[in-house]
Ligand binder design. Structure first.
Ligand code: G1P
Length: 309
C-alpha cells in the first residue's frame, strides 16, 4: 500500500525545565539512564526496528547531543592500549556506529508539532517514525516494529497507545478508538491533547511513538497553536482522521509492554531503578541492596538510621 518506513525523527529541542538546574548546560536527552544517555536508548530502539536513517531535531545549547554520537579518537586510543578496557572500548565504539545520524535545529521553540515540521525537507514524501525521548520502550518489546508493520498494511498514520489511570490522562494526548479485527490494533476516531480527566474521551494515552504519513507536514503548516500556545502534533494528526483526508486513516497500536517514563523526576528515578535491576552486570548486586534498603525504609523505616554498607 505504501512504502515501508525508512526514516526516523527524534525531536530533542525541549528546554528540559522539569530537570533544572541539571539541564542548564546539559540537554535533558543527555541525562544518564544507568550508563547511557536517554537519547542513545531511543536511537538503539530505532535501529532495532530496521531503520538506519535518523534525524535528531535539536535546539540551542545542544551540541553535546551531536558530540555523543561522534568519535573521540583520543579516548578510543587510550582504551585500545589497555587490554582490560576492551569491553568499554566496544561500548564506546558502538555508540558512534549506531546509525546514519542527521541533525537539524529547531530555531524557534513553537512546540512538538513545529519540531516535527522541521523534518519535512529531510523526510520528503514518505512515511516516517517519530520517537519522543521521554518514553523509553524495553528492548524486549518490539513496539516500533509492530507499528511499522501496521502502517505498511493500512497506510496513513499509526500511534502508540497505552492505557493509563484516568487521573493521569491530562498529561497526555488522548485517543477515542474503535476496535478492529486485530486485537492490538484500533481505529482512532478522535484525538485531544491533554484533556481534563472529566473531558477525556478514553484513558488511552499517546506515548511518544508515531508513524506518520508525509501529509502531516502539509497539515502542520496550517495548524494553529493549540494547548499551551504551542503547535501540537496531536492536533495535526487529528485532522487526518477525517475519512476524506489524504494522509489518513489513523490507527493505534495498543501497547501492553514495558515502558519507562523519564519525563519527570520521580519517573526518571523509577526508570533507572527498573533498568538497573534488569541488567545482567549490575542487577544481582543492585537488587540485593535495594531489597535491604527498601526493608529498612518501608513501611515504617526510619530515614535517619544509616543503612549498613
Ligand atoms: C507530548 C505530546 C503528547 C504525548 C506525550 C507523550 O507531550 O504532546 O500528546 O502524550 O508527549 O510523552 P509532552 O510530554 O511533551 O508535554
Amino acid at each position: 500500500m505504501s512504502s515501508r518506513v525508512r526514516k526516523a525523527v527524534i525531536p530533542a529541542a525541549g528546554l528540559g525545565t522539569r530537570f533544572l538546574p541539571a539541564t542548564k548546560a546539559t540537554p535533558k536527552e543527555m541525562l544518564p539512564v544507568v550508563d547511557k544517555p536517554a537519547i542513545q536508548y531511543v536511537v538503539e530502539e530505532v535501529v532495532r526496528s530496521g531503520i538506519d536513517d535518523v534525524l535528531i531535531i535539536t535546539g540551542r545549547n545542544k551540541p553535546s547531543l551531536e558530540d555523543h554520537f561522534d568519535r573521540v579518537v583520543e579516548l578510543e586510543d587510550t582504551l585500545e592500549r589497555d587490554e582490560g578496557k576492551r569491553e568499554l572500548l566496544d561500548r564506546v565504539r558502538a555508540s558512534t556506529d549506531l546509525a546514519h545520524l542527521h541533525f537539524v535545529r529547531q530555531k524557534d521553540p513553537h512546540g512538538l508539532g513545529h519540531a516535527v515540521s522541521c523534518a519535512a525537507e529531510h523526510v520528503g514524501r514518505e512515511p516516517f517514525a517519530v520517537l519522543l525521548g521521554d518514553d523509553l520502550i524495553d528492548e524486549r518489546d518490539e513496539l516500533l516494529t509492530r507499528m511499522i508493520d501496521v502502517q505498511a498494511e493500512k497506510g496513513g498514520c499509526v500511534l502508540a497507545l497505552l492505557e493509563v489511570p484516568p487521573e493521569q490522562i491530562s498529561l497526555y494526548g488522548c485517543a477515542a478508538v474503535e476496535a478492529t479485527d486485530t486485537p492490538d490494533v484500533v481505529t482512532v476516531t478522535e484525538l485531544v491533547e491533554k484533556p481534563a480527566a472529566k473531558d477525556a474521551p478514553s484513558n488511552l494515552a499517546l506515548i511518544g511513538r508515531y508513524v506518520l504519513s508525509p501529509e502531516i507536514f502539509d497539515v502542520l503548516a496550517e495548524t494553529p497553536p493549540g494547548r499551551g500556545g504551542e503547535i501540537q502534533v496531536t492536533d495535526a494528526i487529528a485532522r487526518l482522521i477525517d475519512p476524506e483526508a489524504v494522509g489518513g486513516p489513523v490507527h493505534g497500536v495498543v501497547f501492553r509492554g514495558r515502558r519507562y517514563d523519564t519525563g519527570d523526576k520521580a519517573d526518571y528515578l523509577r526508570s533507572i531503578v527498573q533498568l538497573a535491576c534488569d541488567r545482567a552486570d549490575l542487577g544481582p548486586d543492585f537488587r540485593a541492596w535495594l531489597t535491604e534498603f527498601a526493608a529498612s525504609r518501608l513501611p515504617l523505616g526510619d530515614p535517619d538510621v544509616p543503612l549498613q554498607p
